[in-house]
Design a protein around this ligand. Structure first.
Ligand SMILES: NC(=O)c1ccc[n+]([C@@H]2O[C@H](COP(=O)([O-])OP(=O)(O)OC[C@H]3O[C@@H](n4cnc5c(N)ncnc54)[C@H](OP(=O)(O)O)[C@@H]3O)[C@@H](O)[C@H]2O)c1
Length: 237
């Protein structure tokens, strides 16, 4: 099933993995709509990629999200990739309950996307969530993002049963060089290079390498309830 003339909606599509997916889907002939919160990012990406329809939308604003989905009419493929939370990397016992719960805002955003888009997805269509390697390989300080990732993966399998034949899958990235690491400032490249040394492939990943797996989840008509790990082998023992 190719993506030519298929309608693809990506929530969290102005940066990193979501943007790379939008660009690749557009190159394969899809009609791509990509959203995020920041007006600046939406405007900047719209001028860089005029063939993609970027729009402003917070994944937590369920009324706005419902309006945005309805305005698009029928949809073929939906991707929920927004980070949607300020996560604190710290051991569980060093986080307040509020800090721990904050990580789950990613999950609640994904439930909004699922609830509001599934009624609009055409036969043969799909919903893809993005989790992350900490769901199944957790270092100290990752308890909240690990638990959130597990929740995303569990929800996708449960939904895959309930909404079939609409397909629901997860793509779980390893460490990927995206704007998410811009907080490291000038040390970003060196830090990512260092992280790459502990990964079997020997480097961190590129957003488009994860995008390829998301496109596969859209295009493969027999894939549902699956989790695709794109992580350079980081999950290996
Ligand atoms: N990079 C990695 O190493 C890595 C590893 C494992 C898992 N992941 C997961 O992969 C996904 C994408 O990460 P990334 O590295 O590509 O991050 P990124 O480059 O920071 O992109 C995140 C995207 O989500 C949007 N976003 C954030 N909060 C949002 C909200 N409340 N509503 C709508 N859009 C929102 C951002 O735009 P705005 O700021 O404009 O909203 C941006 O477009 C995330 O779910 C992340 O947890 C990433």
């Amino acid at each position: 099933m190719d993506l030519k003339n298929k309608t693809v909606v990506i929530i969290g599509g102005t940066s990193g993995i979501g943007l790379a997916t939008a660009v690749e889907a557009n190159e394969r002939g899809a009609i791509v709509h990509a959203a995020s919160r920041s007006k600046e990012k939406v405007e900047a990406k719209a001028s860089e990629h005029p063939d993609i329809n970027f729009f402003q939308q917070d994944i937590h604003d369920s009324l706005g999200l419902e309006k945005s989905f309805r305005a698009l009419g029928e949809i073929d493929h939906v991707v929920a990739v927004a980070t949607g939370a300020n996560r604190k990397n710290a051991p569980f016992m060093e986080q307040s309950p509020e800090e721990f719960k904050e990580a789950f805002n990613k999950f609640w955003g994904y439930t909004n996307v699922a609830r509001l888009s599934i009624p609009l997805i055409r036969e043969g269509g799909s919903l893809t969530f993005v989790s992350g390697f900490p769901a199944r390989k957790c270092n100290v300080g990752m308890s909240s993002i690990s638990a959130t990732g597990c929740a995303v993966e569990g929800l996708s399998r449960a939904l895959a049963l309930e909404v079939a034949p609409i397909r629901v899958n997860v793509v779980a990235p390893g460490i990927i060089d995206t704007e998410a690491f811009d907080r490291l400032g000038e040390g970003k490249s060196a830090a990512l290079e260092n992280m790459g040394k502990n990964i079997p492939i020997g480097r961190v990943g590129k957003p488009e390498e994860v995008g390829l797996a998301i496109l596969h989840a859209m295009e493969n008509p027999y894939m549902t309830g699956a989790t695709i790990d794109i992580d350079g082998g980081i999950l290996l023992p």
